[in-house]
Structures are given as structure tokens and as C-alpha cells.
Design a protein around this ligand. Sequence first.
Ligand code: GLC
Length: 740
Amino acid sequence: MVLKSSLTITFSLVAFLGFAQKLKPVDQRVDELLAKMTLVEKIGQLNQYTSDRLATGPIAPNSNKFNDIKQGRLGSMLNVEGAKETRMVQEYAMQSRLKIPLLFGRDVIHGYRVTFPVPLAEASSWDLNAIELSARIAATEAAAAGLHWTFAPMVDISRDPRWGRVVEGAGEDPYLGSLIAKARVKGFQGKQLGDLDAVMACAKHFAAYGAAIAGRDYNSVDISERALWEIYLPPFKAAVDAGAATFMNSFNDLNGIPATGNKYLQRDILKGKWQYSGFVVSDWASIAEMVAHGYAKDKSQAAERAILAGSDMDMEGNAYISSLSNLVKLGKVPESLIDDAVRRILRKKFELGLFEDPFRFSDEKREKKVLGAQEHHKAALEAAEKSIVLLKNENQLLPLDRTMKKIAVIGPLAKSGYDMRGAWSVYWKDDHLVSLYEGLQAKLNGKAQLLYAKGCGIEDTSTAGFTEAVETARKADVVIMAVGEKWDMSGEAKSRSDIRIPGVQEELIEAVKATGKKVVVLVMAGRPLIFNYTAANADAILYTWFLGSEAGNAMANVLYGDYNPSGKLPITFPRAQGQIPIYYNYRNTGRPLTGKDMSYKSAYIDVSNKPAYAFGYGLSYTSFSMSNLQLSKKDLKTDGTLKVTFTITNTGKYSGEEVVQLYLHDLVASVARPVKELKDFQKVKLAPNESKTLTFEIDKEKLSFYNEAMHWGTEPGEFKLMIGNSSDNILLETNFVLNN
Ligand code: GLC
């Protein structure tokens, strides 16, 4: 009896102490723990290794990782997978002297068990709620699989489709990119860190990685201070404002200084001006790679430069763990900087509740219940439908006539579920992704006959399959063609110097078109491609990107009108590689090409200045008109707000959604301003003949820019206000004046 009551007292005392600990402010708990740590244990928190099962970069051999964990020389691992495996690895951390739990991170970029459309596809939806929900579901599944942290959202603005990583971002525009960054951070982090369906977000790659010269991955970036602040930094600031728990720096040098060792970026801007309290993880071995950059003579100097510049954690670089102790002893690195980095990391571990229960995310029962849930598939289907962009629809060929009884499905991607996952999918090994063919089979359900021919490969140049494809087309009422890239032709280290549709796929389209049949072309890719023959000759074109687990079902729903396509391009599609970089928010120059006379104008002698498809472009099965533009005033005071109202009407026969875009042009300023900049948009759904009055509000934030001295603010003067359904299709416009 006595034993029982003393045990009860002991347990309740332990519980009380644990509870009391939890009541302490996190910073106090961090400081108390930090005070107990040796220098090696502190540096251990700054050290991150990948699991040996999966390397998402060049692997540095290190066989005694688990021993390092037990000795407190490791603070985090990436690419550890699943509730069981994370529990097993966390057990090693519980054998260390201070039992500091590990953080487990993974690239959960567009879904975990259920794969969502690639991020650039989701950006085409311009549907911020859908984008946030996608991240929310990805986080729910990832957290159920033992993960604490995703290395997403990638918020790099890019104007260069040769760069393979354009697939991971939100396109070319800082305004749209900032809103999407916010939506993704909120989606991943949910209500609060520590919830069992929330993971830490990681805004990456800081900074300007998308401006790699010539679109060649990892290449140098050389941009003006103005471009850095106006184009590349805004989505990162949006991520800070959204509460992103972590940042990841980037491989590139920025004007000669590698981002990983860039004090201006990490300390002056991020941790200084923006007062960022999270932590910065390096990209894969980017600290050690500063030796290759020629910015450090050896790994030790790389470690020194990186920690001084504000890189808190060393991913798979083995630089901090091998050099920082000595650098502190030599007085080259103040221990206070190590302490600051450790605090930032420990704070997140406390916020995640890992000190109360290091295994709380590693619950196999929850993992089994949550992963692949039906409602996740439903959300993935809706996200996929919204991500499809209708580029052409000659004579309203789409939606397809359901009386057609023979449908030819031709092309190397027609039966590929495998490629629908796109770059950076997580759980594709045993996952089933619905192909276009399967989606059509399910949709038609025997009511029409599907004829199939592959026609050719994706990259090979053999035309041996053309004959069969042409014969198949001849038998059909209509032809649906599925062409494009392989899933892994975009993504990291996948830059392409030639962004046409690869192989002989356009020749296949030409051969099929010669039959005289109506041809619908679906282009599947992770980047804008060039396909001028198809653009001119196909009867209808859908840009379907890589749409994830429900790809085929989404494509079938759009083809048959069960979903009216509403996507808009988040990035400009060049007509020729020579136009790159080409983007909508360009400055006018002193010799703009305005009419037919090209002499001495800013133009090419061999191709139009116009893109193949503009930023913000996308058609619908219905049509919309806009009218009755009203401004609350024509003269705006700097601190005032301008109210803009107008009417939009669905003038077609299908219900549909339109993305109404508002652009501004500051006509004259102390710095030449872009001919237009996206400053607001609304996605609105209307039934046939339905009208709605929409309102935009313009305040000084939308009128501000970096002046000649790089100060953010407004200048009095005249502005042009434009409203349209694409950056190259302005339907309403007027001017107003901003006074002092
Ligand atoms: C890669 C990528 C980065 C990713 C990291 C971990 O090299 O650049 O985006 O999060 O390594 O996989």
C-alpha cells in the first residue's frame, strides 16, 4: 500500500514538474537548456544529415550517423520516412546526454501520399483557398508520417522557363507569388505549430535563385538592387509576415557573394530589417560548396563565413560539425552566434511539443488512418481541375460532344500515370496516379469506344509509330493527343536549353492533323514549352502541367465539360527561346514597338515581341464581358483609398469562373516604371447571363515603388488603371491622379 502511494506521489510529482516546465515561456526553457549544453552539443544542433535511404543531393558518405545522434552531434535529419522510421531514429536521440529531440524534414512540395498538381500548375488556378487547402492536406499527411518540417514553399520568382525549378514556384509575378507564398505557409503550418496536423514551413531559396543566368540551375545571379527588392524579395517578405517557421538559403551567388554566406541577405535583411525569429537552414551542402564558389579556401572558412552571415543549420555539408568548435576556440566565431543559432532551432523544437513527447508525430495508427484519405483525393481532383489552362478552343470543339462514339487517344503521355506526379513528388513508388486514358475510361464508362496509339516516345526521334497513330485517328470521331515532357525533365538540375516539346511529338501531331480530324492537344509539362506548330494547327489546346494523383479524372472532367476550365498562366510562354527572359511587367524603353513600323524600335527582325501566351491568359467554355467602370474619385490623396467598381457578365452558355486582373501603370516617376503591374485580382463564378458588380480598392501600398534612392514610397502623378482577363487583354481602362 505504502509502495503504491509513494509511486503515485512520484508519478504525480513528475507529471507536475513536466506540466510546470510546459508553463514556462519557451525562451526561458531554451535558455535553461542552452546553459547545460557543451559547445559540441550546441554545434550538433546546427548539423543536419540525410537518411541513407534517399538522397536529394550529392551524398557525403557518413556511416555512423546514429552514433552521432547518440553523442548529440546531430540536430535534424531529412528524408527519414514514416511514423515507424522516425520513431526508430528518434530513439537514438533519447540516448543522448540531454535527450534533445531531432527535427525530421522532407520536401513535401505538392502533397505527401496524395499528390497534388505541381506548384506551377496550382498557381495557374489563382485560387488561393485551393492552394492553401493543398498545403494543408500535404501537411496533415506529412505530420501523420512523422515529419515536423517541409522544405516548402519554394517562393522563387522566375522569368526563365529554361530553369527546371520553375515548376516548383508560382511563376513570374511578385504580387501573385507573394499571395501564394502566404497561402502555402498558412496551409503547411495550420492553426499553430505543435498541432498534430501542422508542419514547419520553409520559405526557399533565399534569395533570387530563379534569376540564374541563362536559366542554368545553380548558376550565378547578377541583378540590380532594384530587381532584387521589386521582383525577388516580396514573396519572402510575405512568407515572413505569414509566420514561416524556417527559411532555406540558396545555392547561387548573388552578385558574387553566395547566398549561404551572404550577410546582407541573411543578417541585414532577413534577421535585421525583417526581424525574422525563425532559423535558416542551408541548402544541401551549400555551406561546403562555398569552396567551389571560390568564396572560401576550405570547409573551415566556409563554416566561418556561413555562421557569421546567418546560416543557422548546415544541411548535409559536414562543415559546421567539423569546424565550428575550432573556430570558436580560435576566436574567429563568437560563441554567442552559435548560441543564437541554437536558440532559434531549440525554440522550434519546444513549439512543436517535442520535449514533452519526442514521438508525438510518430504514430503508426494515425499514419494509416490519415494518409490517402478519400477527402484528400477529392481535394486533389478539384485542385487539378482548377489548374488546367485552356489555351485554344477553335469553334468551341470543347467540351467534347458526348454523342461522339469513337475517341482516339494518341501520344506518349496518354497512358502515363507515372509522369503525372511531376517533380518532387514524395510517395510515388507504390502510388497509383490516374492517367488521361484511365480518366477517360472512367468518364465514358463504355458509352464510347476509346482507341489508343502511342505514336512515338517522349524524347526519342523514331517515327515508326506514326502509321499506327494515323490509322487510329482515321477511325475516330475526334482525336485527343497527350504530349509534353517526362515528369523529371523539370525540377532541380533539369534546365533545358531547348524548351520545345521534345522528340518528334509535334511531327506526330502534324501527321495526325493531316487526316483532317479535329484534334485536341493536351500538353503535360513542368514549365512553359514552345509549340508553335501545335498552337497554330490544333483545334483545341489544354495546358495540363503535371496534375498529380487525380490527373486523368481532372482532364476527363474538363474535356467533357463537367468542369469549365478557369486556369490562367502564372508565367509568360515565349514564342521563341531567343525572347527569354520575356515577361509582362517590362519597362517601355525609349523606342517601344507600338505599331507596324519596326525601324529603330526595340524589336527583333526575325520574331514578334509578343509571347506565344501572355501572363494571366486562359480561356473558358463561356465568355465574359466587363462594363461600367467607376472610380470613387479621379484625384487620390496619398493616404486615401480609391474604390474601383465595374460589372462583369457571363455572356456565354456555360457557368464559369473568370480571373479578373487589375493592373496599374505609373506613367511618369523618378524611375521608369513597368508598363503594367498586377496589383489585385478576383476569381469569380457566374452562371450564364449572370452579372456581378466587383470592387477593388487601391491604397498607397499598391502605388508605392522603390525610388531612385531605393526608398519605398509613392510619388504624385498620373496612373493608368487597367482591368482585364489577361495581361494582354485589357477590357476596361481609365486614368487617375495621385496628389501629394
Ligand atoms: C535540394 C534542393 C532543396 C531541397 C533540399 C533537400 O538540393 O535545392 O530545394 O529542399 O535539397 O532535399
